[in-house]
Design a protein around this ligand. Structure first.
Ligand code: C2O
Ligand code: CU
Ligand code: CU
Length: 478
């Protein structure tokens, strides 16, 4: 079966927002898509990998003329891609060379909270280096690293602090997927920016409490990008790395593409469609098959009706691999009998955004879950202002399963692990959630200005056998 429309409903699209900023096709020359370099380990053994991840300020040539002042991890914009192998111990020096405090949040990574996880309780001050160690215990996936200091996550991500993180494992290695990094397997970080005078970004000038947007699509930090297709099949690891924008992706000729992975790993079954909508922080790995295109032809990727990237097809060897109908088994543990059901309410827009009628409190624990329990979380988006909007709900420290949407089946591409789920106005999404580690973890809307604006809360995962206390920051200690 091939789906031919987006799974989300049209009335929920951000195009209906009062402050919606439509994308505009740039009139500047086209640029070869930047594929982030892989970060070189400081040291790599059969069991351990050592990295230094440095947040730094730099300049990037994005448009003709002046360079844009940007931030990045180990490079001037976004970041080098960071590779983790399942089963290995990872040791990372987190170095802050920025003029202000930052944190290093591993979005989607199952690690202990709140320090290794890198949310707001794990500040690294300017000039400081902190060290974290963790074991990679989850399946192959596309995750990401981004800044998460409260309440300036949105501004720091806007400056450029977002990098792809790729987890590999032996199961993924057995599947007939393209995996030659940079050639037929590439991260595609979708963002949008507004360029002001001298090609600079101006977060404050563009500020919108419902999420900052810009009219220019920027992919992997490239404006008006194209990619050279040299293989029949190309694997795109889409990440919605925008502060607010939803991407409604489709190719010219309504080319069918196949999703093979969601946020937390490979899907149980591949899903074929012509249209894919991503909300903030969501990932989708897809395979695009260019078999029907001759060398010299061009395939365009659109969001809504605006071209955002071109694929220039070159000579390639035939590669008519059929994907199996079943890709991987998903662990779907029984919910713990008698465990409480969590009810989470995201409400409001603009400055009024709240989680459970409260603004985020850095020192307040809003929910608890016992380590080892599998519990339902019912997440509601109350549709109480102007038709409402989709809130992408994200939880740290877990990859959950989407069980239902208002009692109905989740979308066809939601049968794998997720850490972020778009919740429509007026909808309750039921999640099945469990944790591998104790700790304090945040959960929030991933429209980043909503998160900074207080549509965020935190839970403590409690291991009754090893009770712990955590040093929680407050806004004043920042
Ligand atoms: Cu992308 Cu609190 O995270
Ligand atoms: Cu996260
Ligand atoms: Cu929101």
């Amino acid at each position: 079966k091939t789906y031919t429309d987006y799974f989300f409903d049209e009335p929920a699209y951000n195009t209906h927002d009062g402050g919606y900023v439509p994308l505009v096709e740039p009139d500047t020359p086209e640029n070869k898509l930047v594929v982030p370099e892989l970060l070189k380990p400081d040291k790599d053994t059969a069991t351990d990998t050592y990295y230094t991840v440095e947040a730094l300020a730099g300049e990037t040539q994005l448009l003709p003329g002046a360079k844009t002042k940007t931030w990045g991890y180990n490079t001037s914009l976004l970041g080098k891609a960071i590779l983790f192998e399942k089963g290995k111990m990872i040791h990372i020096d987190l170095k802050n060379s920025l003029p202000e405090l930052t944190t290093f949040h591993w979005h989607g990574l199952n690690v202990p909270g709140p320090y290794v996880d890198g949310g707001c309780h794990a500040p690294v001050y300017p000039g400081e280096t902190k060290h974290i160690d963790f074991k990679v215990i989850q399946p192959a996936a596309t995750l990401w690293l981004h800044a998460h200091p409260c309440p300036s996550t949105a501004e720091q991500v806007w400056h450029g602090l977002a990098a792809p993180v790729i987890v590999k494992d032996v199961e993924e290695a057995k599947l007939p997927f393209p995996r030659n990094y940079g050639v037929d397997d590439i991260p595609v970080v979708l963002q949008d920016r507004k360029f002001h005078e001298d090609n600079q970004w101006d977060y404050n000038a563009d500020y919108d409490p419902d999420g900052v947007q810009g009219p220019t699509a920027m992919i992997n930090g490239t404006v008006n990008s194209y990619f050279d297709v040299t293989t029949q099949r190309v694997r795109l690891r889409f990440l919605d790395g925008a502060n607010r924008r939803e991407w409604r992706l489709h190719f010219s000729d309504d080319l069918v593409f196949t999703q093979i992975a969601s946020d937390g790993g490979i899907l149980p079954e591949p899903v074929k469609f012509t249209h894919l909508m991503l909300t903030c922080a969501e990932r989708a790995e897809v395979i695009v098959d260019f078999k029907d295109y001759k060398p010299g032809s061009e395939v365009t990727l659109y969001s809504d009706d605006v071209p955002i990237m071109k694929f220039k097809v070159h000579e390639f060897k035939p590669d008519n691999v059929e994907l199996p109908d079943h890709l991987v088994d998903i662990n779907n543990p029984e919910a713990t009998p008698d465990a409480p059901i969590h009810h989470i309410v995201m409400s409001g827009m603009d400055e009024e955004v709240m989680m459970d009628d409260k603004k985020f409190g850095m020192q307040r624990i809003d929910s608890t879950q016992q380590l080892g329990n599998v519990e339902y979380w019912d997440v509601t988006n109350t549709n109480d202002m102007e038709g409402g909007m989709v809130h992408p709900y994200h939880m740290h420290g877990t990859q959950f399963l989407v069980i239902s949407r208002n009692g109905h089946e989740p979308y066809p591409n939601e049968h794998g692990y997720k850490d972020t789920v778009g919740v429509n106005p007026g909808e309750t999404v039921r999640l099945k959630v469990w944790f591998d580690y104790a700790g304090v973890f945040m959960y929030h809307c991933h429209i980043i200005e909503h998160e900074d604006g207080g549509m965020m809360a935190q839970l403590e995962v409690i291991d009754p056998e090893h009770p712990q206390t955590y040093k929680l920051m407050d806004h004043h200690t920042l």
